[in-house]
Design a binder for this molecule. Structure first.
Ligand code: ZN
Length: 458
């Protein structure tokens, strides 16, 4: 059984299922007004790995992730570009899913849009006003966080320090700095919806509550997102559900930051880098590999050297797939019970993954199996080598990492250089052999010696 860190309790504990054999997950999705950045890539990869791992165990997973298609940034962008909010949102939603497809991230089972849920949000806000946990001001409706039991649970900090850290641009009519907008009163030139408490549009924190409860029901199993969403977004989602007397998520998961050159990635630090650019410039699998090599709650460093290192590892893995002709498992979800995996490796892999999704350990185990497969083949134990190679492909497939087992076309010049190198080695002319190796590497080949023969891979 998977043990997963729960932000609400601060402990690693079993991910329990409301209904045996089924897991319901809600992940906060993007606000679609710009290209996805590296931070988006990290969290979608982390939760894609979790989702795939649960499917690999034979569980039926329902994964819902929303699209915020109305918000201040979308309105600003639409005004700047003379387009409608709907046009801006549609364009960047399309770009979002293009990036996810390149990353090999499975599409969610449900993709609710905020604008489809405004009526349900209006109903929730109306109930909260009736129950006197929300109040109306001249610029909208706010939740009175002092009336919510356990407010601050996910933030994991005392209310005092949360209050001190709250933004100072706050509206004077707010009763507390921690109170937040459920509804923003209509402003000229902005899209608005009718509501008994005045025309306007919903605040960001309200959409996820109604969408998660509508599509997954009360007490759904797991709510996930990036570390930056823990407070205030997730805190405030939870606060509304509690204030409305509903049972919300049973377990909360948060993934770590992306670091760029030792600094936490954020738009305000101006180290904003588009995921789309990264994917255009590198093997799309490299980012997934980097994320697998880091624990999901730890930061991951994404820089040209770390990406290049990941690409080198991928070449080694693709070579293995080619050598044993085990082919690629495309990153479609793998069910482990359908495959023949070396038993000890499988047991160790599962133990690592069940231990709070310890992908660095799981990854290292599979990399050891890569070496073991190659040495088994070198000593002539082909059955063992094939079993291990096949296991590598299946287990990486479980993590969403497909290996490219397609054979490589070697051009005539490279083949001639390889042959010349073999001749030099036979004559024990090591200097010449090394020079030829360097020349082949400069041509982009990975040069390996198998049974005394130069073998070229990409
Ligand atoms: Zn959310």
């Amino acid at each position: 059984m998977l043990n997963l860190h729960d932000t609400a309790t601060g402990t690693v504990r079993p991910l329990l299922q409301r209904q045996a054999g089924k897991v319901s997950i809600y992940a906060c999705g993007p606000t679609v007004y710009d290209l996805p950045h590296l931070g988006h890539g990290r969290y979608v990869l982390v939760w894609d790995v979790l989702r795939r791992y649960l499917v690999a165990q034979g569980l039926e997973v329902t994964f819902v992730s929303n699209i915020t298609d109305i918000d201040d940034n979308i309105i600003t962008r639409a005004a700047e570009e003379g387009r409608s909010e709907a046009e801006v949102a549609a364009e960047y939603e399309r770009r979002w899913f293009e990036a996810l497809e390149l990353l090999g991230v499975e599409r969610p089972d449900g993709v609710p849009h905020a604008t489809e849920y405004v009526e349900t949000m209006v109903a929730l806000i109306g109930r909260l006003i009736d129950d006197d946990v929300a109040y109306t001001t001249s610029d909208g409706v706010y939740l009175d966080t002092s009336k919510v039991a356990d407010y601050g649970l996910l933030a994991g900090q005392p209310l005092e320090s949360l209050r001190a850290g709250a933004r100072v641009d706050e509206h004077a009519e707010k009763r507390s700095a921690l109170d937040f907008a459920l509804w923003k009163a209509a402003k000229p030139g902005e899209p608005t919806w009718p509501a008994p408490f005045g025309e306007g549009r919903p605040g960001w924190h309200t959409e996820c509550v109604v969408m998660a409860l509508d599509l997954l029901g009360e007490g759904f199993d797991l709510h996930v997102g990036g570390q930056d969403l823990r407070f205030p977004h997730h805190e405030n989602e939870r606060a509304q559900a509690v204030a409305d007397g509903r049972v919300f998520a049973a377990h909360w998961g948060h993934s770590g930051w992306v670091m760029v050159g030792g600094e936490k990635m954020s738009k305000s630090l101006k180290n904003f880098t588009s995921l789309t650019d990264l994917l255009a410039q590198s093997d799309a699998r490299a980012y997934r590999l980097l994320c697998l090599q880091a624990h999901y709650r730890a930061p991951v460093e994404v820089t040209p050297p770390t990406i290049a290192q990941a690409e080198a590892t991928l070449r080694r893995l693709d070579n293995l797939a080619r050598r044993f002709e085990v082919g690629a498992i495309a990153p479609t979800p793998v069910v482990l019970a359908d495959h023949n995996v070396e038993p000890e490796l499988l047991a160790n892999f599962t133990a690592a993954m069940d231990d709070d999704l310890d992908t660095p350990r799981a990854f290292a185990l599979v990399m050891d199996a890569v070496s073991a497969a190659n040495s088994a083949a070198d000593r002539g134990d082909l059955d063992r080598a094939h079993l291990l190679a096949q296991s590598v492909v299946v287990l990486f497939g479980t993590l969403g990492l497909g290996l490219d087992g397609a054979t490589v076309e070697v051009d005539a010049t490279s083949a001639a250089l390889a042959a010349e190198r073999d001749a030099a080695r036979l004559e024990r002319d090591w200097a010449r052999a090394d020079a030829l190796r360097a020349e082949l590497e400069a041509r982009g080949w990975i040069v390996e010696d198998r049974d005394g023969v130069t073998t070229l891979g990409r």
